[in-house]
Design a protein around this ligand. Structure first.
Ligand SMILES: *Cc1c(COP(=O)(O)O)cnc(C)c1O
Ligand SMILES: [Zn+2]
Length: 465
C-alpha cells in the first residue's frame, strides 16, 4: 500500500493494487487492468463549494487560473503549480442552441452544446493533453508518443511545439486521417509514423514501442489524461450555475471521455459537492459500434468491477473471424477495440448510462443542423446530437429534459466530409460519402452555379435570397 496522498490504483476493487504517482506503465502490475489516478482527499484540500471556482475568473492574468483545466486543479491535485504545463486550453463555451433543440425534439432553451472545438488544437483532447504532458515532465520524459485517428496527435504536436519540451512521435494508420488533423501533426513538427494497418493496429504498436524504448505514452489509457478531461464537466456545471443537466451526451471512440466524465461526477458526489448526477449517453457510429453491441445487446455491465471478460473476448474473436474493421465517416470514433471499455462501464453504472449508435447518414444530417445552428463541428462530434435525437424519439430523453451534447472537435478538422455533403457535384458526394451508405444530403446548402455575367449573378441572388 502506498502512503502518499496521490497515487495510482487499479480500477478493479477486488484487485486494488496501488502504484506511485511517478509510474508510467499505465497497466495494473497485478491484473493488467486499467489504472485511476486516486486521491486521499482527507490529506488534500478539496474545494468546500463548487461556487468557489468562480473567483478564479478575477485572476485571469495567472496562466493556471486562465486555463479551463487548471483553474479546477484542486479537483485534480496530482501536480504542484510549478510543475503544470499549460498553453491556455479549455477556454470553451456552453451554448444554448434552439435550432438544434428543435431538431433533437426538446423544448427551446433545453439543449446546450459544449463546444470543445475552441481548444488550441481544435478538439477536446487538449484538456487531457495538458494533464498528461504535465505528468510526462514530472517523470522526466523527453519523448511522448500516441496512436491517433488524428486529434490526439494534433494535440500532442501542438503541446510539444508550443513548449519545446518534448519530441512528439505519432502513430497513424494507413487509412483515413482527415487532412485537417494530418496537417497539424506535420505543421507542428511531429515525427509521424504511418503504419500499414488501421487505428486498432497502430494502438497496439505504440504500446509495444513505448514500452521497449521508454517513450511516454499519451493515449487515453494514460489515467492522467483523463484527469484533465474531467474538467469538461466542471465547465458544463459552472455554465449551468452548478446544477447538473439531466443528460450528458457524448460520442464514444476509445471511451476516454465518458470514463473521465463518470469519474468527475463520482468524485464530486463523494466530496459532497454535487447532489444529483446527470445521466450519461454514449453514442457510437454504427460502423464502429463495439460498445453499443456489448452494452446494449450483450448486456455487458460493470458488475462491481468484474465485467464478463468472456463476453468481451468472444466479441473480439467474432470481429477477427469475420474480419470486421471499423468503418465510418466519423473518423475520430472509428475504433472497434475501445481501450477504456471497463472504465466506461463503471461510469455508466454510476450515472444511469445508456449507449446508442448513429448511422453516417444521421451523423452528417445532425452535423449540418449543428452548423446551421451556429457552431461548426466535425462528423464524430455530431454523433452526440444524432444520438440525443434518437433517445428523444425513443422517449428516453423527455421533451423538457436539459440536455448537453459535447461537440468534441472543430468543423475545420474535416472539411472534406462537409464539402462532400453540401456539394453540387454528385460524383464527389458518391466518392466521399456514397461508399458509407450516405444516400442523401438532407440539409445540403448547395453552391449556386452561375455564368460569369453580372445580370445572371444578380438574377440568381434575387431568386435564392
Ligand atoms: C477522440 C475523439 C472522440 C472520441 O473520444 P473518446 O474519448 O476516445 O471516446 C470523439 N470526437 C473527437 C472529435 C475526438 O477527437
Ligand atoms: Zn489490478
Amino acid at each position: 500500500m502506498t502512503t502518499e496522498a496521490v497515487f495510482q490504483r487499479c480500477i478493479h476493487p477486488h484487485c486494488g493494487a496501488t502504484l506511485g504517482v511517478d509510474e508510467t506503465a499505465f497497466a495494473c502490475p497485478r491484473c493488467g487492468g486499467l489504472l485511476d489516478v486516486a486521491y486521499d482527499w482527507a490529506r488534500l484540500t478539496p474545494p468546500k463549494s463548487l461556487r468557489d471556482f468562480e473567483a478564479k475568473w478575477s485572476q485571469r492574468t495567472d496562466p493556471l487560473s486562465f486555463s479551463g483545466v487548471w483553474r479546477f486543479r484542486e479537483l485534480l491535485p496530482f501536480a504542484s503549480p510549478e510543475q503544470i504545463l499549460t498553453i491556455g486550453e479549455g477556454q470553451t463555451i456552453l451554448q444554448q442552441a434552439d435550432i438544434v433543440a428543435g431538431y433533437v425534439g426538446v423544448q427551446p432553451g433545453k439543449l446546450f452544446l459544449q463546444y470543445e472545438g475552441q481548444n488550441p488544437s481544435g478538439s477536446f483532447k487538449d484538456n487531457g493533453m495538458t494533464a498528461a504532458f504535465t505528468h510526462a515532465r514530472m517523470v522526466g520524459a523527453r519523448r511522448a508518443a500516441c496512436a491517433s485517428t488524428g486529434n490526439t496527435s494534433a494535440s500532442l504536436a501542438v503541446f510539444c511545439s508550443a513548449t519545446g519540451l518534448m519530441r512528439a512521435i505519432i502513430f497513424i494508420g494507413s487509412g483515413k486521417i482527415s487532412y485537417g488533423k494530418l496537417a497539424q501533426a506535420l505543421d507542428h513538427g511531429a515525427l509521424t509514423v504511418q503504419i500499414a494497418g488501421d487505428f486498432d493496429d497502430a494502438m497496439q504498436r505504440v504500446q509495444q514501442v513505448s514500452r521497449r524504448l521508454g517513450i511516454y505514452l499519451v493515449n487515453s489509457i494514460n489515467p492522467f489524461r483523463l484527469e484533465g478531461q474531467k474538467t469538461v464537466m466542471y465547465r458544463v456545471l459552472e455554465a449551468l450555475r452548478w446544477e447538473a443537466p439531466d443528460w450528458i451526451v457524448v460520442p464514444g471512440g476509445n471511451l476516454g471521455n465518458v470514463s473521465a466524465f463518470g469519474k468527475a461526477f463520482i468524485e464530486l458526489a463523494e466530496l459532497g459537492l454535487l447532489k444529483r448526477l446527470p445521466r450519461l449517453a454514449v453514442i457510437n457510429a454504427a460502423g464502429a459500434d463495439t460498445f453499443f453491441k456489448l452494452f446494449g445487446q450483450a448486456n455487458l455491465r460493470w458488475e462491481g468491477g468484474k465485467p464478463a471478460k468472456q463476453t468481451i473476448e468472444e466479441y473480439y474473436r467474432h470481429l477477427d473471424a469475420e474480419k470486421i474493421r471499423a468503418s465510418t465517416i466519423a473518423s475520430a470514433i472509428e475504433i472497434n477495440r475501445p481501450v477504456n471499455l471497463p472504465k466506461a462501464l463503471r461510469a455508466l453504472d454510476r450515472c444511469g448510462g445508456v449507449v446508442r449508435e448513429a448511422s453516417d447518414q444521421d451523423i452528417l444530417d445532425a452535423k449540418a443542423k449543428v452548423g446551421a445552428g451556429g457552431l461548426g463541428c466535425e462528423p464524430a462530434s455530431a454523433a452526440s446530437v444524432a444520438g440525443a435525437r434518437k433517445l428523444r424519439q425513443e422517449g428516453i430523453i423527455a421533451p423538457n429534459d436539459r440536455v448537453v451534447c459535447i461537440l468534441t472537435g472543430h468543423a475545420l478538422k474535416d472539411p472534406t466530409a462537409t464539402v462532400a455533403y453540401h456539394t453540387t457535384d454528385q460524383k464527389t458526394f458518391e466518392e466521399v460519402l456514397g461508399t458509407r451508405g450516405v444516400r442523401r444530403a438532407t440539409y445540403a446548402n448547395r453552391a449556386v452555379q452561375v455564368p460569369n455575367d453580372l445580370d445572371e449573378i444578380i438574377k440568381a441572388i434575387e431568386v435564392y435570397s
